[in-house]
Design a protein around this ligand. Structure first.
Ligand code: G3P
Ligand code: CA
Length: 287
């Protein structure tokens, strides 16, 4: 039978910096990741998409319009084309909804250009940075656009992890002192693909909302953890206990307000994914 998991103690909860410390620095930039490491966050989150010429880049949206000075769809552009544009600090509308106190209008509207942020971050550059840094910060890598170019994103991701010594065959090298890695996705298909290629690599099945009752049984979570949205956890706080009893960790996203952090902590979740890593570290007395 399956061994259940206990509720995670407050002192053991993992702090995951969403797109780096994206409340303070442009998301998915080395500056944002440097802040996460400086704070002592346990892990950093990153979204990956594939360019037309097959390079994985850390970009959340399908298009580069919000996060750069350029325009266009990531998968329709070559890396060299992406690199012609500068990354800028524009907050997604979702981040506002997730409860960030309002920032000055100049940042809300995304006019501010961070001169140091520079070019789009490739996954390899991020892996290079993380593996060269002391402190072994973990990586929570989310694959986007899993249906187009089916399989290519996952194959390229695992190849990169192997190249940087984070994976050997299908096995993560965490136990031999390398940073811990997990792959996250909203797509069960993408996760199953990862689990075929690397059976021992932890995966997080992201879930946005409560499934209709009729579908509940037909879509069992894929992998070692489930990643519910904060909204879902509010609707169904009992989910944490149910998932833990089924042996699955719970990684909630994106929790930015202290009172929501307290709510998640009270439920005993295993990881909290936040744009506001400094504020969570403070709440946990880890600053
Ligand atoms: O960490 C999971 C969370 O990032 C999922 O939503 O849209 O921010 O990628 P999104
Ligand atoms: Ca994400």
């Amino acid at each position: 039978g399956v061994t259940g998991l206990p509720p995670r103690a407050r002192s053991e909860v993992e702090v995951v910096a969403h797109r780096g410390v994206s409340a303070e620095a442009p998301e998915h930039t080395l500056a944002a990741y440097q802040q996460a490491l400086a704070l002592g966050a346990d892990a950093v989150e990153c979204d990956v998409r594939m360019t037309r010429d097959g390079v994985l880049v850390c970009v959340h949206d399908r298009r580069i319009n919000r996060t750069s000075t350029g325009r266009g769809v990531v998968s329709a552009l070559d890396l060299a084309e992406l690199e012609q544009h500068r990354v800028v600090h524009r907050r997604s509308r979702a981040a506002g909804i997730r409860g960030r106190p309002r920032r000055p209008a100049v940042e809300e509207e995304g006019d501010e250009v961070d001169e140091d942020a520079g070019r789009v971050l490739t996954l390899d550059r991020l892996l290079d940075y993380v593996t060269a840094s002391p402190g072994r910060v973990g990586l929570a890598i989310e694959t986007k656009h899993p249906t187009r170019r089916a399989g290519q994103v996952e194959t390229a991701l695992l190849a990169s992890l192997r190249r940087f010594g984070l994976l050997s065959g299908g096995r993560p090298l965490e136990e031999s002192g390398r940073p811990a890695v997990r792959v996250m996705s909203f797509s069960p298909t993408a996760l199953r693909r990862v689990r075929v290629l690397a059976p021992d690599l932890p995966t997080v099945h992201l879930v946005r909302q409560v499934l209709p009752r009729s579908r509940k049984r037909s879509v069992p979570p894929v992998g070692t953890a489930v990643g519910p949205s904060l909204a879902l956890l509010r609707q169904a706080p009992g989910l944490v206990g149910r998932l833990h009893r089924a042996g699955l960790q719970v990684h909630v996203w994106v929790v930015n307000r202290p009172r929501d952090m307290e709510f998640a902590l009270s439920l005993g979740v295993d990881a909290i994914i936040t744009d506001e890593a400094a504020s969570l570290m403070h709440l946990l007395g880890r600053d």
